[in-house]
Each structure stands twice: as C-alpha cells, then as structure tokens.
Ligand binder design. Structure first.
Ligand SMILES: Cc1ncc(COP(=O)(O)O)c(C=O)c1O
Length: 284
C-alpha cells in the first residue's frame, strides 16, 4: 500500500482527509473486506453494495439526527445536477398542491383544473434565491433557464449581495433588506422554495446559522417556507437542524472525497402526483 507524508493543505472545497481513512478506502478499493474483489468490481445491486448504502444512511441519520420523515438519496449528477433536480422536484410539488386545491374546489373537471393551474403558474409561481456567491448565482441562473419555456420572471433574486458590497461577493446583506416572496401570513402566496448556499466555496461566504427570516411561522403549515440549502462545502462541519429544511444537498466530492461518484441529497418525503409532470410540460 502506498504511503504519504503528512502535509498541511487548506483546500476551500476538496479538503484533506486523515491518512488512515484514505488507506482504509484504498484497501477496500483493492480487496473489500477480504472478499478478493474491489469495491469497483462488485455489482451495484449486490447485497454488499446495498449494505454499504444502508450503513452510510444510518451513519448520516445518526450524525445529523435526521428525522424519520426525511429520505436520504444517493444521486448522480454532482452539485450542479442538483441545481436542476431541485427546481424540477420542488416546482412539481408546488404545482401538485395547486392541482389538488383546484380539484377540491372544481370537482373532477380536468380541463378546468388544467386551465386554473396554468393560470396560477403564470401568476403565482416564484422561486426565491439568496445569491451570496458564485454557486448560488449559478443555481439561480439554471432555474431561470429551466423555466424559460414557461416564461420569464419566475426566479426572484431576493438578495444579490454584490449590490451592497461594491459589486463583489463577500458579505451577507442584512436580512431586513431581502425581498422574499411574501408568505401567506404576510399577505402573499409564498414561493415554491427559498434557496441558499450555506457556504460559498469560491467566495468564502458562510451563513453563520439558519436565517431568521426563513424560520417557519407558528401559524400553520401553509405559511411554511420550504428551504433548500446547498451544503456542498460545509456538510458535516457543524450540527444543523435538518427539520428546518425541505432539501439539503451536497456534492460530497468536497468532503467525503473517496465517494466522488455520489451526490448525496437529503429530501423530505413528499408525494408528487404523476399528472404534475404532464401539467408542467404542456405549453401555457
Ligand atoms: C457550494 C458548491 N455547490 C455546488 C458545487 C458544484 O458541484 P459539482 O462540481 O459536483 O457540480 C460546488 C463545487 O465546487 C460547490 O462548492
């Protein structure tokens, strides 16, 4: 087994890992638990692979106290893939809620339901982004591009911190200046989600804690803001209250380096009706 000198290395994203951890990983890559096979040689459907994922889920759930109504998903596509996955999934959830509401009020008339949901998409659909650095900027641009076939103006940049910092990222603007889509308590209709990047790897901007203005109100579920956070470069570096988030996603190539092939997402359980995707694809 190759060895290495201990070095001081301060990567902002990919960071150093203890040598014994890497050595154990290297050994597993060559001969996993003395099976005579490398991890790269076994089937991803084998009992061994299934157990590795189950153990990883259990370890994450225990480390972060992840509540039982959350699903831990291992995905392809890295962090950038999540920029799109979040939009597709959360907009589908938003549209499905509206469809159910319309169905309750209009009965089973599919045509009327479709007409109403299309109108509501145009009038009410908003995605709030807190742009505090280059990754949240990219995520907001991706959302705008994905929704462009439906029209413009769906992405609400609630804050772009460059505007209060001489055109450069580097600070988090006072929450009072954020222009979030008003919640129902504030007389609005609430956005499909509020997105932020907990630690902007390139710009060195980290939220000190969960933003106060995104806290749920005590007045009822409909007012709840669904918060999506990119924790790619500070995941597991501190405790977070997972129950405050609808989705946390991570590109663990930064932190859990040897599993470069995995993007790990925590997403709370939500039911999405099959008809929702059909609704979204049909032209307005
Ligand atoms: C905070 C953050 N989000 C997203 C990404 C993008 O991840 P990926 O390179 O896996 O697409 C990175 C990558 O460096 C990142 O640091």
């Amino acid at each position: 087994m190759p060895t290495r000198e201990e070095v001081a290395y301060f990567g902002a994203g990919p960071a150093p890992m203890p040598t014994p951890v890497l050595a154990a990983g290297a050994e597993a890559f060559l001969n996993y638990e003395s099976s005579g096979l490398s991890l790269a040689e076994i089937s991803h459907r084998s009992a061994t692979a299934t157990k590795i994922l189950a153990d990883t889920r259990a370890a994450l759930a225990s480390l972060l106290d992840i509540p039982e109504n959350y699903e831990i998903l291992f995905m392809h596509g890295g962090g950038s893939g999540e920029f799109s996955a979040v939009v597709f999934n959360m907009v589908a959830v938003w549209a499905e809620k509206r469809r159910r509401q319309a169905e309750n009020e209009l009965g089973g008339d599919e045509e009327k339901i479709l007409e109403r949901v299309k109108r509501e998409v145009k009038e009410d659909l908003r995605l709030d982004y807190l742009v505090t650095g280059s990754w949240s900027l990219k995520a907001s641009q991706e959302a705008a591009q994905l929704l462009e076939p439906l029209g413009k103006g769906f992405v609400n940049v609630a804050v772009d911190t460059r505007q209060s910092n001489g055109g450069k990222f580097g600070t988090i603007t006072d929450e009072e200046t954020w222009k979030l889509t008003p919640s129902s308590r504030e007389g609005g209709k609430r956005s499909a989600f509020v997105y932020y990047c907990d630690n902007e790897t390139v710009d060195g901007v980290e939220f000190p804690g969960f933003p106060k203005s995104l806290e749920s109100s005590t007045e009822g579920k409909d007012d709840e803001r669904l918060v999506v956070a990119d924790m790619s470069s500070n995941f597991l570096s501190r405790r977070v209250d997972v129950s405050k988030f609808a989705v946390i996603f991570v590109c663990p190539s930064h932190i859990v380096k040897p599993v470069d092939v995995l993007a790990c997402s925590l997403i709370s359980c939500r039911v999405v009706h099959k008809r929702t995707s059909a609704l979204l694809m049909s032209p307005l």
